[in-house]
Ligand binder design. Structure first.
Ligand code: FES
Length: 323
């Protein structure tokens, strides 16, 4: 259920951070106070010809009031290729334009730890990660920040991140050396240091695989995905039946269970729509889910009793869900 109230925010500033990333600062009409937030939080912005897009809130300062008493929200929006309209719209915004946005919510918070925290950002994945660096800096908690991208001119917010992170920052660009060595970094970590990663899908996949290979304990790797789930070749239509009402829904290839239910006027709980927050999870009464999420463990997936309806599909012609 997406019950967060929407409110109007006015574009105060917008500038090109890199050739593909636009920074956008939003505030209320008279700069009234905004809801507070913590590193890893995002807001949803309504966009034309689609429903909404989630954007992480950016903090480039060790001043904690940016989070606790915000008067504006800063976003970093990458122009997607191909765009489904959301990033093109966001890049078209200019000062004075008004958008409808949700209050902040957070599926990617920093967890309490006594260990040094390791942060890894790939490309535009830097937006939640830099806010974590700012929060850790404000708390005086030790951290190391690895920021990887194709080239230096494509690293958004770099001067401010260098100032914020100082010697804690390591920059990696693919035009100078090979792809960032995720396995090497993770292998080098000791003492159960937690790793927070946000970046392109291959980077996330590699961190998940490496954590498994290295036998990391559950909850040591934290990640957030910013790309929408992609359909797979061979996806088939199937039927979903809701246990509570007995209603039946046709889920065609290329549409998620969640989107079909929302279009039918249902209001299932959801947030990320990428399979990484766990909020849309439902019980499976009958049928075999085709899991595509990043939440469930291998044993939970094998048991087939739970599924994330924003991304997962069905291996059987019919699923009965505990909804
Ligand atoms: S909405 Fe986040 S996992 Fe489905």
């Amino acid at each position: 259920m997406d019950e967060q109230p929407r409110f109007d925010l006015t574009v105060r500033e917008a500038w090109q951070e890199t050739p593909l990333v636009r920074a956008i600062r939003l505030a209320r009409s008279h700069d009234e106070p905004l809801p507070s937030w913590e590193a890893g939080a995002h807001i949803k912005v309504s966009v034309p010809r689609s429903d909404e897009r989630s954007y992480s809130l950016v903090n480039l300062s060790a001043d904690a009031s940016v989070n606790t008493h915000p008067r504006s929200y800063l976003l970093g929006v990458r122009l997607e290729e191909p765009s489904q309209g959301g990033s093109v719209y966001m890049h078209s915004l200019k000062p004075g334009d008004v958008v409808a946005a949700s209050a902040p919510s957070n599926n990617f918070p920093l967890q309490a730890t006594t260990k040094p925290v390791v942060l890894l950002a790939g490309g535009i994945g830097v937006t939640p990660i830099v806010s974590m660096a700012a929060e850790l800096r404000a708390r005086g908690h030790p951290f190391r920040f690895y920021y990887a991208g194709r080239s230096r001119d494509q690293l958004a917010f770099l001067p401010m991140i260098e100032k914020l992170s100082g010697d804690n920052l390591s920059i990696h660009t693919d035009d100078v050396s090979d792809l960032f060595n995720v396995v090497g970094l993770m292998t080098s970590l000791s003492n159960d240091e937690p790793l927070y990663c946000c970046g392109p899908m291959p980077m996330i996949d590699l961190t998940i695989k490496t954590a498994k290979d290295l036998g990391w304990s559950a909850g040591r790797l934290h990640f957030e995905i910013f790309t929408a789930a992609q359909p797979k070749a061979g996806d088939q239509a199937f039927e979903v039946v809701l246990k509570s009402s007995g209603e039946s829904f046709h889920i065609p290839a290329g549409r998620s269970i969640l989107d079909v239910l929302i279009a039918a006027g249902k209001d299932p709980m959801h947030d990320c729509k990428r399979g990484d927050c766990g909020i849309c999870q439902v019980g499976v009464i009958e049928g075999v889910p085709d899991h595509r999420d990043f939440i469930l463990s291998d044993s939970e997936k094998a048991a087939g009793k739970l599924m994330q309806i924003c991304v997962s599909r069905s291996k059987t012609p019919r699923l009965v869900l505990d909804l």
